[in-house]
Design a protein around this ligand. Structure first.
Ligand code: ADP
Length: 496
């Protein structure tokens, strides 16, 4: 057995990577699929297309390396989180398109839950801030709006799943209906303390328990692939949401360890150990992927606009021609000449949670140039990360020792140095930045003994570069004071 297959089912593409024991990428195939926007603010995927592209990339990755099922020790799955599929138990047909995590169609359901005074209860049980983002209200919407769905659900004919569940069900030829703790913790229906689906929440959202998958650890043999699929029965033994997989792939196994993924948005997660830490600073509490007997928890903070702000510089403003070029521009000037960019294009996420805040460029004078603008935009990724990191310190009581980074924009050396300067701790960029897929591979491999222990896996983690804080404390404080004022401007704009 030479390889672990990792199926990385993301928001825009499905990808398969075959990893070897040292965590090397031996084969990778990627395929994009359709984004469906039926109305403003609505986002859907065709669940069959998600399955077809996953199946296709899995076969293509095997063919590229000329391997058979016999050489694959196990399959791990990592997925876009919260996206909701409902299908018929007998025919396997989805009753509608999948509702994607970004979709805002259920905002009214959430507003009503909050107006009716359920927010605290939801927070306490699920660790989440009630939001249309999570799966619960999406299931309710499907049952209420697809003709006949409610009747079929009541008769036990329908099944719900996040994408991990859907893929496992497909891979096992419809024999296994299961999810893992991390994905369950994003449904807003799962009690993260008792580790059970919560009856009160199911009743509140009017969702029959018969639709829900069994919940299992993230590193666990859920079942085997249907023989026909790959010409052999391969164990499916790892599953976790994308951000939790990245945390695991970065080997953040101990309490206090954390990672930040700099993609379109940023996702900062801190492992808080076997006790859930409830946030008083605007973060959510979620279940982390773990390989042992006990569940680990994480604090999570999300930034809506991060790398997307660099795309804005490139596509809307045309001040750079590629994301990479942002580094050269930023390095042309010693600072931002006192200016700040707050990219609150869709409001502000953690720790502010303000839907009405809007983006602003403030503090500028006559000398503020294109290079200053690019630099200030890049710096905004680091400032936003700083705010979440400090909120995490306050919530967890654990000072940040180091930050591990990944995602597309972590390639930017200027940004990483500025990040280290702002948070005042070392920033570690690993050699393998495909940490999401790697995390799923580790979870799967650990469950079948391909890797023996966490120590075994940790030996694979290799650093590409460490960024050490160099900025003088006075300067850091001064910059942060300016940023706080800039954020106030963005928040003020949202007020009537
Ligand atoms: P996602 O998984 O969210 O699609 P990726 O991890 O692929 O995101 O990262 C892509 C994002 O990173 C884009 O928004 C892009 O603007 C940004 N990005 C990529 N390279 C750089 C770079 N060198 N400097 C700054 N931003 C970058």
């Amino acid at each position: 057995m030479q390889y672990i297959m990792s199926l990385d089912q993301g928001t825009t593409s499905s990808r398969c990577i075959l990893f070897d024991k040292s965590g090397n990428i031996c084969s990778v195939v990627n395929k994009e699929f359709r984004q469906i926007f039926p109305k403003p603010g609505w986002v859907e995927h065709d669940a069959e297309e998600i399955w077809d592209t996953t199946y296709e990339v899995a076969h293509a990755a095997m063919a590229k390396l000329n391997v058979t099922a016999k050489e694959i020790a196990a399959i791990g799955i990592t997925n876009q989180r919260e996206t909701t599929v409902v299908w018929d138990r007998d025919t396997g047909e989805p009753i509608a398109n999948a509702i994607v995590w970004q979709c805002r169609r259920t905002s009214d359901i959430i507003d009503k839950l909050v107006a009716d005074g359920h927010a605290d209860m939801i927070r306490e049980k699920t660790g989440l801030i009630p939001d249309a983002y999570f799966s619960g209200s999406k299931i309710q919407w499907l049952l209420d709006n697809v003709p006949g769905a409610r009747r079929r659900a009541a008769a036990g004919k329908l099944l719900f799943g996040t994408i991990d569940t859907w893929l496992i069900w497909k891979l096992t030829g419809g024999r296994v209906h299961v999810t893992d703790y991390t994905n369950a913790s994003r449904t807003m229906l799962f009690n993260i303390h008792t580790l059970k689906w919560d009856e009160e929440l199911l009743e509140l959202l009017n969702i029959p328990a018969s639709m829900l998958p069994k919940v299992r650890p993230s590193s666990f043999v859920y079942g085997k692939t249907d023989f026909e699929m790959f010409g052999g029965e391969i164990p499916i033994s790892g599953a976790a949401g994308d951000q939790q997989c990245a945390l695991f792939g970065q080997c953040c196994f101990e309490p206090g360890t954390m990672k930040n993924t700099y993609g379109t948005g940023c996702f900062l997660l801190m492992n808080t150990g076997t006790e859930p830490v409830m946030s008083r600073n605007g973060l959510v509490t979620t279940i982390a992927a773990s390989a042992g007997d006990r569940v680990h928890y994480a604090l999570e903070g999300s930034i809506f606009i991060a790398g997307a702000a660099i795309q804005w510089l490139r596509d809307e403003l045309g001040v750079i021609t590629s994301a990479k070029e942002s580094q050269q521009f930023a390095e042309k000037v010693p600072d931002t000449a006192g200016g700040y960019v707050v990219p609150a294009f869709t409001g502000l996420g953690a720790p502010f949670w303000n839907q009405r805040a809007r983006g602003c460029v403030v503090g500028i004078t006559r000398g503020f140039s294109r290079a200053h603008l690019v630099r200030a935009t890049l710096e905004s990724l680091a400032y936003q990360t700083h705010d979440i990191a400090r909120a995490m310190e306050r919530d967890s009581g654990i000072p940040i020792a180091e930050l591990k980074v990944d995602g597309g924009a972590s390639a930017n050396n200027f940004l990483m140095q500025f990040q280290a300067d702002l948070i005042g701790s070392d920033v570690y960029r690993p050699r393998c930045i495909e940490t999401t897929a790697l995390g799923a591979a580790y979870l799967a491999g650990l469950a079948v003994g391909y890797w023996e222990s966490l120590e075994d896996v940790k030996n694979n983690w290799a650093v590409d570069r460490v960024f050490t804080p160099e900025m003088e404390e006075g300067r850091r404080k001064e910059l942060l004071r300016g940023w706080d004022k800039a954020v106030k401007c963005a928040l003020l704009w949202g007020q009537d």
